[in-house]
Write a new protein. Structure first.
Length: 346
């Protein structure tokens, strides 16, 4: 078993490194992979870049592609680990980071910011992500409060239904703002379709602390997730404080989702497909499923972003379109395979 997971980590890590290198190297201007390492090392340690490296490559790698690739990786990792946690907690294979309405809440915050042209003096360019994250936090608080008001034990079914209600309600607000939009329409639609282009290091700095906090909280609850994936009653018999752990896991997943949506817009299917694929390849143990989902989610979104900016170059497709085009068929195949497997076992 240990050798299986050792292989899983090695393979996943190699794929991630290859994805990062390809994402940096490929583009309108191809950057030699041999020049990427000296540039990154020099910038990382404050050294001068080797004389043989073209100065143009330095700007392309450090100012444009490296932050873009890192941002795509962090967004993909955030959505994937949140999706894996939600699926285990809610015992629902169709659960993803959007199930609780957190994405819709963050989207409302961002769309309202774009529509009204809001800019908080002390925040400046950070106004959009900060308001998006704030809206996401408010949404999860309202969802949990409403679910607890309906049913004090906050059963899985109640939380899912509450999330669907809030998603539909907030989706109506987004549609209303789109209908009233004039000059801001293209900006709003572009943001809703998802993108990591032209974000820069500032957005990497914005999502990174939220990713670290959310991921660590989930990693610290892998044993509880394993127990709760078999049912809340069984988890209680095993000594798990179900209500407390459920709140921590939901909050951590919401932090990850809200931060990801805030910096990149609404990107679907990552939190739905990647945990499924990782679970299918390496098993359902959350101790390994969560970190492996981070690697796989990051690699997937980096490559999806690469496709989005090269498939019809020089035009750039929204990354959300690519994830949907890839994710929907893959998820359908996984679902069909699981259904056939369950029938075969009967």
């Amino acid at each position: 078993m240990k050798s299986k997971y050792t292989t899983a980590y090695i393979v996943s890590f190699i794929i991630l490194i290859c994805s990062i290198l390809i994402g940096i190297a490929v583009g309108t201007v191809a950057v030699p992979i041999a020049d990427i390492f000296p540039i990154i090392i020099a910038k990382l340690f404050g050294l001068s870049v080797a004389a043989h490296v073209d100065p143009m490559y330095i700007d392309i790698v450090y100012q444009i592609r490296l932050p873009r690739v890192l941002l795509a990786g962090l967004v993909g990792a955030s959505l994937a680990i949140a999706g894996a946690a939600f699926q285990g907690l809610l015992r629902n294979p169709l659960a993803d980071p959007y199930i609780l309405g957190v994405s819709s809440g963050a989207s409302v915050g961002a769309v309202a910011t774009l529509f009204f042209g809001l800019s908080i003096p002390l925040l400046g360019l950070y106004t959009l992500p900060v308001l998006s994250i704030t809206a996401a936090f408010i949404t999860i608080i309202l969802v949990l409060f409403f679910a607890r008001s309906v049913e004090r034990t906050m059963r899985t079914e109640t939380i899912i239904l509450t999330g669907i209600i809030f998603s539909s309600f907030l989706g109506a607000f987004i549609s209303l703002i789109i209908a009233l939009s004039g000059d801001q329409l293209s900006d709003i639609i572009g943001w809703l379709l998802g993108s990591v282009s032209m974000r820069g290091w500032k957005y990497v700095a914005i999502i990174l602390p939220f990713f670290i906090v959310g991921a660590l909280l989930l990693m610290g609850n892998t044993r509880e997730l394993n127990a709760m994936s078999f049912g809340e009653e069984r988890a209680q018999h095993l000594g798990v404080d179900v209500q407390k752990r459920k709140l921590v896991i939901l909050t951590a997943g919401s932090i990850l989702t809200g931060a990801a949506v805030a910096v990149s817009g609404a990107i679907g299917f990552v939190g739905l497909v990647i945990p499924h694929l990782t679970r299918l390849l390496w098993g359902p143990d959350h101790t390994h499923l969560l970190p492996l989902s981070i690697f796989t989610g990051a690699s997937f979104l980096i490559l999806a972003d690469l496709v989005s900016r090269t498939i019809i170059s020089p035009q750039v497709l929204p990354i959300g379109v690519i994830t949907a085009l890839i994710g929907a068929p893959v998820f359908a195949l996984i679902l069909m395979r699981q259904r056939k497997g369950s029938r075969g076992g009967l």
